[in-house]
Design a protein around this ligand. Structure first.
Ligand code: SF4
Length: 470
């Protein structure tokens, strides 16, 4: 290992020249000469991104240093996701690519963390003998010790699910070098696991039962974000609005988070449609800091498919919820998840999904085809009987239709004045970027203001997926 000191990036690395850093000098990290170095890649959702910061924070406390070049690493971790198709192949493929770094460092340790750890534990030795560390989502508190053992040559597998682990007391914010966010919008995990057991979903099996983080811990983390210059907080949970901790409901938690000084905007994802209470809708409408934006996963427009998926609602109930949200917050933006080709889905079911898209006119959507995830109810009891080419064609149809709605949603903002929270400089470096309360992306002139600034700007035009301030 090199003995030089390496300066890593700051959390405000996207700020234009001359922008004063909002965070402290602790945001610049140096690697001690003898610190073991860990390289981590994250696959999957925002929950996994937040977990990666937690993992790196735990390792840092025990003397590990993060590097962003795998060639410099002593330990390579992949924080994995089991939700989407081909995830397992991607994990094996990626670790095989990274295996070449063993030539420079024969002691290099490969590990996987996250949702696939549970899933892979039996196959991993056979399929990828170079992976000697497998750590599930409830074992991060002790991850430094597990990594130490793997570095000492042991094959380490710890995938026990823990009904009570919420990582209370751990500062998930960690050091700025452990975070990959923009330093303006931060994430706080408020709930782990899921009890809903939708028939297609691996989450209850890979992340265990639903449990809420204590409100004092959530507020402590939110205050810490505000102290470090963050202006927006995203509350994360698999079914975030099902949150409950003793007698504290999600609506009560929103009120408490909205009272934290320095936080101008609150978002949350992903809510479970069934648990969207009238009290929660009224609370959202009453709190200025809560953004008028909700990701509301529909999955299908067919009652028959919704029942097969055990989503717990009918199409009519979903549409009623949409109507209530729009009545309480006329400006609200709605996004959704749509799954095509679930077990037994007919052309009529598919047509119902297309008609739901037309009826609700979501502002945006994540659309994907069903794939058998191996350990779910659907995998064991239902036939994955929609041919691949039919799934592909149905997916194209929902994407084409949604694309029209997404474009229309953006074009409808042209000529209006929007409040934009500036988050940084665009990748090409030619403009600033930010988000409206409705989560639409806005491109602004470079002199619009530093990251973390709220500005009101007229919208001159739409590119279909983002807006340009004029
Ligand atoms: S609500 Fe359903 S889809 Fe969402 S995480 Fe839980 S089981 Fe999975």
């Amino acid at each position: 290992m090199s003995s030089r000191l390496v300066q890593l990036r700051t959390s405000k690395s996207t700020a234009p020249a001359g922008t004063p850093p909002a965070a402290s000098s602790a945001d610049v990290d140096e690697i001690a000469p003898d610190a073991p170095r860990v390289y981590l890649e994250t696959l999957g959702c925002q929950m996994n991104e937040a977990d990666s910061a937690l993992i790196l924070g735990q390792l840092r406390e025990q003397g590990y240093a993060r590097v962003r070049d795998p060639a410099e690493a002593d330990v390579i971790l992949l924080n994995t996701c089991a939700v989407r198709e081909k995830a397992e192949d991607r994990v094996y493929g990626r670790t095989s690519q990274l295996l070449r770094h063993r030539q420079e460092n024969p002691g290099l340790v490969f590990g996987i963390t996250g949702c696939m750890a549970e899933h892979l534990r039996e196959r991993v030795t056979e399929r990828a003998p170079h992976i000697t560390l497998v750590v599930g989502p409830d074992s991060y508190r002790g991850i430094a010790e597990l990594v130490d053992r793997a570095r000492a040559g042991e094959r380490v597998i710890d995938v026990e699910l823990d009904k009570t682990e919420t990582y209370a007391g751990i500062d998930a914010l960690g050091s700025a070098v452990d975070r990959d966010d923009d330093g303006v919008s931060g994430q706080v995990t408020i709930q782990r696991g899921c009890d809903k057991f939708c028939t297609f979903c691996v989450v209850p099996f890979t992340r265990g039962r639903e449990r809420g983080v204590a409100p004092r811990d959530i507020l402590r983390q939110t205050r810490r974000l505000a102290e470090h210059g963050y202006r927006e907080v995203m509350l994360l949970g698999q079914t975030v609005n099902s949150y409950r901790y003793e007698d504290v409901s999600f609506a009560a938690l929103l009120r408490a988070v909205a009272a934290v000084d320095g936080i101008s905007r609150i978002r949350f994802t992903s809510p479970y449609p069934v648990d969207f209470s009238d009290e929660l809708i009224a609370t959202m409408a009453a709190l200025e800091a809560v953004c008028p934006q909700v990701h509301l996963p529909a999955q299908s427009g067919s009652d028959r498919m919704l029942a097969e998926m055990r989503r717990g609602y009918t199409r009519a109930e979903f549409v009623t919820l949409v109507r209530k949200l729009r009545t309480a917050m006329p400006e609200i933006a709605l996004s959704t998840d749509i799954m095509v080709g679930f077990c037994g889905e007919t052309e009529e079911d598919h047509a119902e999904t297309l008609s739901l898209l037309d009826e609700v006119r979501f502002d945006s959507a994540f659309m994907f085809r069903y794939s058998d995830r191996g350990i779910t109810y659907a995998s064991k009891k239902l036939a994955d009987d929609v041919p691949d080419e039919v799934k592909g064609r149905r997916l194209r149809e929902v994407i084409e239709l949604q694309e029209q709605h997404t474009r229309a949603s953006h074009e409808a903002r042209v000529g209006r004045t929007e409040e934009v929270l500036i988050s940084g400089v665009s990748r090409r470096g030619d403009c600033m970027v930010g988000r409206t309360p409705r989560f639409q992306r806005v491109l602004l002139p470079l002199d619009a203001g530093p990251p973390g600034t709220l500005v009101r700007v007229p919208i001159a035009r739409s590119t279909g997926h983002s807006l340009r301030a004029g």
